[in-house]
Design a protein around this ligand. Structure first.
Ligand SMILES: C[S@@+](CC[C@H](N)C(=O)[O-])C[C@H]1O[C@@H](n2cnc3c(N)ncnc32)[C@H](O)[C@@H]1O
Length: 385
């Protein structure tokens, strides 16, 4: 994948004002057209009690209960028990693996192959939403010697970025060692907990990238301050986040539907673990960038469709890949959070089945909001760091 971020700024400089992309519905469903409204924060529905989902009959017409079946038994601890390194001592939950205990880190997603495949698919959603760009900050204007990707996940963004920028050394950090070993020569991965002081030297990095860390960050100010400290003057920090709240502009999404309840589920779980999912809703990225001292802070807001309902082919592809990424591992997305919220196994299974059924019906036109924020460390900031 090419990174067009190094193009001349005039070609690609986004408006400092929020810009929205509005997916439109399929031509064959004109009565369900989504208005071209700006992506304002719609109030999320109240969270329904977990036992709400038990009313749905398990023996319904839903013939695909892959998620339900996969959660029964099959604990994988034995496969990692012989590995002495503590970072490989994964925690397990109903047969799914999660990162090992580290400091204040508390990540809600599974870290096994099944979930990592979903993360890789979401990488394509994110880059397509940026018109096939890997970043929006004008890094074509700077001498890019070192770039860092915080919470790199499978490292897929960092690898694409390293390929696109052979002139730069790229480092990806994460608490889970889930990155591949066959990678471009200019990239390396390090195990590092971003809730702690970062190990990079002051003024040593030219670009810091952090994507899809919603629900993982206990303190956004700390995140931006660490980025500011490690960046050399003139360097850029870029944060790309998504809201978990699925909404529709045409009332096609019932507030008590399993799709609309996805957001409240994560909001409630986030409150319990002290890692908020209300990053866009509370504008935490911009506030943290400002508090840290970044200048020329710019924002791009995006409406990202979920499902194949948009009429526009590019938007439909984004919606389809996002749906595939989510539905191929529903459990890996919700198991930790539902467990935190004390849902029973029955509640979890019934919620997944209901969600699958609603998605297959294709009557709703959901989308969720994304926000990219980037800013520069002032050129005269060296003395402060
Ligand atoms: C949703 S994934 C996103 C991965 C990647 N940034 C992407 O966009 O594909 C979040 C990642 O953050 C990592 N993470 C969560 N908490 C962390 C922490 N405290 N320190 C380092 N990494 C963390 C998780 O292990 C996971 O790989």
């Amino acid at each position: 994948m090419s990174d067009k971020a190094a193009s001349p700024p005039a070609e690609r400089a986004p408006s400092p004002k929020a810009k929205s992309k509005s997916p439109s519905p399929p031509a064959d469903a004109p009565e369900e057209a989504a208005p071209e409204a700006a992506p304002e924060a719609a109030p999320a529905p109240a969270a329904l009690p977990a036992n709400h989902w038990a009313q749905f009959n398990r023996d319904d017409d839903d013939d695909d209960n892959t998620d339900a079946d996969s959660t029964l038994g099959n604990d994988v601890e034995s496969s990692t028990a012989s590995i002495s390194s503590s970072i490989l001592r994964y925690r397990t939950l109903h047969g799914r693996t999660y990162h090992s205990e580290r400091g204040d880190a508390q990540y809600w997603g599974a870290n096994d192959d099944r979930h990592n495949n979903s993360l890789d698919m979401l990488h394509h959603v994110f880059t397509l939403c940026l018109d096939d760009k890997l970043c929006l900050a004008p890094i074509g204007n700077i001498d890019l010697k070192k770039a860092v990707d915080i919470g790199t996940g499978t490292g897929i963004w960092a690898i694409d970025f390293a390929d696109a920028h052979p002139e730069a050394k790229v480092v990806g950090t994460d608490i889970s060692p889930i990155q591949p070993t066959w990678v471009p020569p200019n990239i390396s991965f390090e195990i590092e907990d971003f809730t702690q002081p970062w190990t990079f030297d002051d003024n040593s990095v030219n670009y810091v990238h952090a994507r899809y860390l919603v629900g993982s960050v206990p303190n956004w100010d700390h995140m931006a301050k660490q980025a500011y400290r490690t960046l050399a003057p003139g360097g850029y920090f870029e944060s790309y986040e998504a809201s978990p709240n699925l909404q529709s502009d045409d009332n096609s999404l019932a507030l008590d539907s399993a799709i609309a309840q996805w957001g409240p589920l994560f909001y409630e779980g986030g409150k319990k673990i002290g890692h908020t999912f209300r990053v866009l809703e509370d504008n935490l990225q911009v506030k943290a960038f400002e508090a840290a001292g970044f200048v020329d802070i710019q924002t791009r807001d995006i409406k990202c469709p979920f499902g194949n309902w948009p009429a526009d082919a590019a938007q439909r592809a984004i919606g389809e890949i996002g749906e595939m990424a989510t539905m191929s591992d529903l459990e890996g997305f919700i198991l930790f959070m539902t467990n935190i919220l004390d849902w029973s196994r029955e509640d979890i299974i019934m919620y997944q089945m209901q969600l699958r059924k609603e998605v297959k019906k294709r009557t709703a036109h959901p989308y969720y909001r994304q926000r990219v924020v980037w800013g520069r460390k002032p050129e005269d900031a060296a003395a402060e760091a």
